[in-house]
Design a protein around this ligand. Structure first.
Ligand SMILES: [Ca+2]
Ligand SMILES: [Ca+2]
Ligand SMILES: [Ca+2]
Length: 560
C-alpha cells in the first residue's frame, strides 16, 4: 500500500496533512474531479428575469451525480405517457421552486405506489433550510425562504424523515410568509426509504416516471425561449439564466417541434409540472423539448431525483442516523500507488434501543451505480467498531444499479441492544469507479460563509480498510478540518414487523394467506400478530390487509 488520501471536500492545502496516515506527502490528484471547493451562491449568476419574476431559486450543486441509467422492465415504454399527479401548486413570489419540485415528485410517487392523493407541505421543507429555523447554527443556513436551494436539500430532508408534513398543518403562503411556530409539530404520514438519482437520459427518465411517478429536476428559464401559446420551452444554446426546478411527470415522443419558439432537431417533449399556479401554462403544466440544453443537466443541478419507496408511518418505526440532512459530499480513499480504493467498509455506530429491535432496512447514499455492497452488523467495543471481520454478522449483500439513497432489506434481523454498528462494504468491482459514501459535511459560499453546518461527533462514523479502523473525525482533523462530517448510513428499525404474522421476520405470500384466513374467521391471532397484520393501520386485520401483503410480496407496492 502507498500513502492514503481521503477524498474530503476540503482539500488542496489541507490535503497534505492527511498523508500523515501513510507517512509522506503526495500530490492530491485524487480530487481532480472535484468541481469546486466552495459552493457558489445565486448572487454571481447572470440571472435574467423571466415572466412574473419568479424564476430563480435553484443553485448549482456542491456535487454532481451522473445518475442511474434505468431500463424499462415489463412492457415497452409507450410513445406518450402521463403520471397521475396532485394539483399544481403556486410558489408565489418566493424562490422556493426546489421545494415544490421535490414535494411534487414525492406526491406523484405516493399516488403511483397506491398511497393515495396527498397534499404535503412545501412550506415546512423551505423553512427547514433557513438559518431562522436552524438558529442553533446547525443545518442549512439560508438567509430566508426566498434564498433558493439545492436539489439535494429535499432529498436529504425526505430520506432523514424530517418530513414531509401535511399541507393542512403547515400551509404555504404565496405572500407574507413567516417562519411557522409549529415547525416541530405535525404528522409525517410517510417515511421515505429510497431515492433514485436519475441520469440525463431519455429512456432512464421515462422509466423513472413510469415506475415512480415523477422526476424532480431543473432547467434554465428565460422568457425568450418560451412559447406562451403552447406552454412550450426550448433553449437551444447560450448561457444558463438561473435554475428553475420543476417535476417531469410525462412525455410525448410526437410532440411537434414546431410548437417551440426555436425549432429543436426533432419532435418530442417532456410534460412538466410547474409551481406557478395556472399562470402562463396549461393548467400549470408545460412542455420542454427533449433537446433543451440545460434540462436534467446534472453538471448544473447536482442530481435528478425520483423517490422510489416509502413506508406508511405506523408509529412503530424508528430511523437510526447520525445526520439528518443527507450527503453534501461523497468521501473515498486514494492510495498513492494503486489509486482510489475499490473496496472500503463505511460504518456508523448507533445506540440501539431494545424496544425497536427489528432491523428492517439499511440505507446508504451513494453516487456510484453498479457497485456491490454487503451490509453488516458490527459489534462495538469501547465505542469503536470491531475490526475483526470474523465477528461481523452479514445482513445482506447485492449490487446496486442505482445511485441515490439505496435501501437494503435486512428482513427483521434482531438487533442486540446497546451500542452497535452498521457497516456497508462497498466493492466497485470492474466498473471503473471506486468505493465512496455520502457524507454530511460543511459547505460554504464563495465568501467563506457557512451555508451548511453539520452536527458531527467523534465515535459516530468510521472507515475500515484492511483492518485499519479510522474515526472519520480523526481523518478530518488530520486535514485541519475540525468541523468534520458524518457518513450517510441509516438503519430503519421497527417495534414490530408489519406484514409478518408467521413470525419469520418478513412479509410474504404466506402472511397474506394467514391474514386472509384470519379475516374469514378461520384463524386466531395473538396481540403481536394483530399489530403486524394490520398493514394499513386502521385497527383491523381484514382482507384489505391480506391484499396489501400480497401486493407488497409481488412488488406492486414498495412498503407499508
Ligand atoms: Ca403542498
Ligand atoms: Ca412472514
Ligand atoms: Ca387493517
Amino acid at each position: 500500500m502507498g500513502n492514503l488520501h481521503f477524498g474530503l471536500k476540503a482539500v488542496c492545502a489541507a490535503m497534505a496533512c492527511v498523508l500523515a496516515l501513510g507517512g509522506s506527502i503526495a500530490a492530491s490528484a485524487a480530487v481532480a474531479d472535484v468541481p469546486s471547493e466552495t459552493v457558489k451562491t445565486n448572487s454571481d449568476k447572470p440571472f435574467l428575469i423571466a415572466s412574473k419574476e419568479k424564476i430563480k431559486g435553484l443553485m448549482p450543486s456542491a456535487y454532481h451525480v451522473t445518475g442511474s441509467y434505468l431500463e424499462p422492465s415489463g412492457a415497452a415504454l409507450p410513445p406518450s405517457y402521463r403520471s397521475k399527479i396532485t394539483d399544481v401548486r403556486d410558489q408565489g413570489s418566493y424562490n422556493t421552486c426546489w421545494a415544490f419540485a421535490n414535494i411534487a415528485a414525492f406526491e406523484a410517487f405516493l399516488i403511483q405506489d397506491g398511497k393515495g392523493v396527498n397534499d404535503l407541505s412545501e412550506n415546512h421543507l423551505a423553512w427547514w433550510s433557513t438559518e431562522e429555523y436552524n438558529s442553533d447554527g446547525y443545518g442549512w443556513q439560508f438567509e430566508d425562504l426566498d434564498f433558493g436551494g439545492y436539489s439535494m436539500i429535499g432529498a436529504g430532508y425526505l430520506a432523514s424523515w424530517q418530513g414531509a408534513k401535511l399541507e393542512e398543518d403547515l400551509p404555504y403562503s404565496t405572500y407574507g410568509n413567516y417562519l411557522p411556530d409549529n415547525m416541530d409539530d405535525g404528522y409525517i404520514p410517510y417515511n421515505v426509504t429510497g431515492i433514485t438519482y436519475v441520469a440525463n437520459d431519455i429512456t432512464s427518465v421515462k422509466t423513472a416516471i413510469r415506475n415512480y411517478g415523477g422526476v424532480a429536476t431543473s432547467y434554465s428559464s428565460a422568457d425568450k425561449y418560451y412559447n406562451s401559446d403552447k406552454s412550450a420551452y426550448y433553449q437551444p444554446e447560450g448561457p444558463y439564466y438561473g435554475g428553475h426546478a420543476i417535476t417531469i411527470v410525462g412525455w410525448d415522443d410526437d410532440y411537434s417541434k414546431t410548437n417551440f419558439k426555436e425549432t429543436p432537431p426533432d419532435d418530442g417533449a417532456w410534460l412538466v409540472k410547474n409551481s406557478w399556479g395556472d399562470y402562463m401554462c396549461e393548467d400549470g403544466l408545460m412542455w420542454i423539448s427533449y433537446y433543451d440544453l440545460y434540462l436534467l443537466d446534472t453538471n448544473l443541478w447536482g442530481s435528478n431525483i425520483a423517490i422510489n419507496s416509502a413506508r406508511t408511518n405506523s408509529g412503530y418505526d424508528r430511523l437510526y442516523q447520525n445526520e439528518t440532512h443527507g450527503a453534501t459530499w461523497f468521501t473515498y480513499i486514494t492510495d498513492t500507488e494503486i489509486g482510489e480504493l475499490k473496496e472500503l467498509t463505511f460504518v456508523n455506530v448507533f445506540d440501539f434501543d431494545d424496544t425497536h429491535k427489528y432491523l428492517q432496512k439499511v440505507i446508504f447514499e451513494t453516487r456510484e451505480t453498479g457497485v456491490g455492497y454487503t451490509a453488516y452488523y458490527i459489534p462495538v467495543k469501547d465505542d469503536v467498531p470491531d475490526k475483526n471481520t470474523k465477528n461481523w454478522i452479514k445482513l445482506a449483500s447485492g449490487k446496486s444499479n442505482t445511485s441515490g439513497y439505496v435501501a437494503i432489506d435486512t428482513a427483521g434481523y434482531v438487533l442486540p441492544s446497546g451500542k452497535g454498528a452498521i457497516g456497508i462494504t462497498v466493492d466497485s468491482g470492474d466498473n471503473g469507479s471506486y468505493a465512496s459514501m455520502g457524507v454530511s459535511e460543511w459547505l460554504t459560499d464563495e465568501n467563506g460563509n457557512y451555508i451548511f453546518m453539520p452536527d458531527t461527533h467523534r465515535n459516530e462514523s468510521f472507515i475500515i480498510s484492511n483492518s485499519d479502523v479510522y474515526d472519520l473525525m480523526d481523518i478530518y482533523e488530520m486535514s485541519e478540518d475540525y468541523i468534520g462530517g458524518t457518513l450517510v448510513i441509516k438503519a430503519v428499525t421497527s417495534e414490530y414487523v408489519i406484514g409478518d404474522v408467521t413470525g419469520d421476520g418478513r412479509s410474504s405470500t404466506a402472511d397474506a394467506m394467514y391474514i386472509l384466513r384470519k379475516s374469514l374467521g378461520m384463524k386466531e391471532f395473538d396481540v403481536e400478530q394483530m399489530i403486524n397484520g394490520d398493514t394499513n393501520f386502521d385497527g383491523y386485520v381484514s382482507a384489505a390487509d391480506a391484499l396489501r401483503v400480497q401486493r407488497k410480496s409481488v412488488g406492486l407496492i414498495s412498503d407499508y
